[in-house]
Design a protein around this ligand. Structure first.
Ligand code: ZN
Length: 240
């Protein structure tokens, strides 16, 4: 949640802040979808290389999507929870300090302001204004580097990853089950590479990094994964 009143930032107005937070979710979603596409596609290309039995392919896909989505969701939940616990513990400690030693905290803020290039007089005047407004908030930002309005919710992060992974994994599930047997593997390669180009493009857009490079890297990574499991699936399929 962002509170526009205490952030007169000339570069990021309230609208842009809300968008940044949406972009964070977009990035998490794209990563989850990417993971679902690559891992399930690689797995299914391997299985489809060994068998044309639809029942086997579907069971493998469903098991893989459920296992991957849950493991990704739990992992995301655990890591965001740990981060959030640490941030909340820091905020609690800061809250205690504000009560126990307000003068010391003021001096700390004066130092932090001076580090940004202010003279001591300006830094002190600024610190007094900052402390009068919202001491915990300004200390969280200046001293802990935490935005208390932007703590991530572990449940939302976990559920978003589960949904994103499942949606990603559905692409190769459809391409390895719907077409006739001879088209399954080539069609999966083509559609997965297109899907990876899209997720690579979106993630580069979100990160404001070079798009062509991200798209090519993402397509190459997924292709390598599929080629390797296709090779292994062929070997195992002929050996068994
Ligand atoms: Zn402090």
């Amino acid at each position: 949640m962002s509170n526009s009143t205490h952030r007169p930032d000339i570069f990021a107005g309230p609208d842009e802040e809300a968008m940044n937070s949406r972009l964070n979710w977009l990035r998490a979603g794209v990563l989850g979808a990417n993971d679902g596409i690559v891992s399930i596609a690689a797995m299914l290309v391997g299985v489809a290389a060994a068998t044309t039995d639809l029942k086997v392919i579907i069971i493998t896909a469903v098991a893989g999507i459920v296992a991957g989505a849950l493991s990704m969701g739990v992992g995301e939940f655990v890591s965001v929870s740990a981060q959030r616990d640490a941030e909340e513990a820091l905020l609690d400690r800061e809250r205690v300090w504000q009560r126990a030693r307000p003068q010391w905290e003021l001096e700390q803020l004066v130092r932090l302001n001076m580090d940004t290039g202010m003279s001591e007089a300006t830094a002190r005047a600024a610190a007094q204004e900052q402390m009068a407004k919202d001491p915990l908030d300004i200390h969280a930002r200046m001293h802990l580097g935490i935005d208390p309005d932007e703590l991530t919710n572990p449940w939302a992060a976990g559920v978003a990853s589960i949904i994103a992974f499942t949606v990603g994994g559905l692409t190769p599930l459809l391409t390895t089950t719907l077409p006739p047997a001879s088209l399954r593997i080539p069609l999966t390669f083509v559609l997965v590479i297109i899907a990876l180009a899209i997720t690579g493009y979106i993630s580069a857009m979100v990160a404001k990094s070079p798009r062509i490079k991200a798209v090519l890297r993402n397509m190459a990574g997924g292709t390598v994964a599929m080629v390797i499991t296709y090779g292994i699936g062929t070997l195992v399929g002929t050996a068994v």
